[in-house]
Design a protein around this ligand. Structure first.
Ligand SMILES: [Zn+2]
Length: 370
């Protein structure tokens, strides 16, 4: 009898077949309110949401400042968070999201509260869930800002996937499952395949559009005047080498992009990700006003407690990695041996080989491992 489910638990089967298998599997198990408990009652933040589409909800977080918070368990229209800033004379949209429909939803929401001209949109970095909806901006003549290397990295990372069979694109991930030396390694490899399957499905179906306003990180910060509201765009190292944050210093509001995963394990796979750089960026964030509101790239809106929490996650990964390093555990083995402590057991892991694994490998490299 031909049984598709043979040898796989139902959960594994779903994880391998659904578009965003691993991502949804973890996301569906946790409730994702848009606001951290610590911020309930903060007078700057509207307690009611402006619009809630299920896949994302928009909430006011300051004067002319709005946060779009996604619930990835409800599909891939947006996946990441974003937001928009509305000044007297102009507006700025944050993120291209995963789909043009996601970018369009945010624009429509902006138009329910203001008709000011849109000065532009900004991709906080090049990753697919922040940039594959860029074509909405292209089609609507909306200027698109991003770190100077974002366009190149979108082309290099997602261009080849547009003209490659799904099988070829996923072959290295399939091979890692076959080559796994233990059940744990196999589970990790399966979570990587599920995540990669989602990325390939989206990127191969996308009409890619590129930012046309490259921001030189050496000239950061760049100030965008929206009329009695100034967006300060700054580059910080850590997550992707292309990360830009948008700050509104007078209101202590920060759109952090993926330099902040709030209540999630940080995604560290990028070749330009740097764990030491990211930790120093988070130290800078922690030095900002104690009442700062952060809109993270993923997870709930938070205050400084969100920064403290992701710093603790990095401390824990680094602590466990250092013990293994000193005990002579080789990097390929150490990257699979990290144990999620009880404290962080509800933190979603996008996929092992995109988060914890590479964080450990990068730490080893920083410590001079061969
Ligand atoms: Zn990212």
């Amino acid at each position: 009898m031909l049984d598709l489910h043979h040898g796989l638990s139902r959960r594994q089967f779903l994880a391998q077949t659904s578009c965003f298998g691993a991502f949804y599997a973890v996301a569906a198990t946790i409730r994702l309110p848009t606001l951290a408990a610590e911020l309930e009652g903060d007078s700057r933040i509207s307690q009611a949401v402006l619009v809630d589409k299920g896949f994302a909800a928009v909430r006011k977080v300051g004067a002319g400042l709005y946060a779009t918070i996604s619930d990835p368990s409800k599909g891939n229209t947006t996946i990441c968070n974003g937001g928009f800033l509305v000044g007297k004379d102009a507006a700025l949209l944050i993120e291209g999201f995963t789909t043009a429909g996601g970018a369009s939803f945010q624009m429509e929401t902006l138009r329910t509260i203001s008709q000011v001209p849109v000065k532009g949109a900004l991709d906080t970095h090049y990753h697919f869930d922040h940039s594959m909806g860029n074509s909405f901006y292209g089609a609507n003549g909306i200027q698109l800002y991003a770190h100077a290397t974002t366009a190149r990295r979108i082309i290099d990372s997602y261009g080849p996937l547009q003209d490659m069979s799904k099988e070829a694109a996923l072959a290295p991930f399939q091979k890692a499952i076959v080559d796994a030396k233990s059940d744990v390694e196999r589970q990790h490899a399966q979570s990587d395949l599920a995540a990669a399957t989602g990325v390939v499905a989206v990127t191969s179906a996308t009409v890619i559009a590129l930012p046309n306003h490259p921001l030189d990180p050496t000239k950061s910060p760049v100030k965008l005047d929206l009329g009695s509201l100034t967006a300060v765009v700054e580059h910080y190292p850590g997550h992707s080498g292309t990360d830009m944050v948008v700050r509104v210093p007078e209101q202590n509001v920060v759109y952090a992009g993926d330099l902040l995963f709030n209540g999630w394990y940080p995604v560290c796979f990028d070749e330009k990700a740097t764990v030491s750089g990211w930790r120093s960026t988070l130290k800078t964030f922690a030095s900002w006003d104690k009442d700062t509101i952060f809109v993270p790239g993923h997870g709930q809106i938070c205050g400084q407690e969100g920064i403290a929490s992701i710093r603790e996650v990095f401390d824990d990964i680094a602590g466990q990695a250092e013990k293994m390093f000193k005990a002579g555990v080789p990097a390929p083995e150490a990257q699979h041996r990290y144990v999620v402590p009880d404290k962080f057991k509800n933190f979603p892991i996008f996929a092992w080989g995109f988060t914890i694994g590479p964080a450990i490998t990068k730490l080893y490299a920083e410590w001079g491992a061969k």
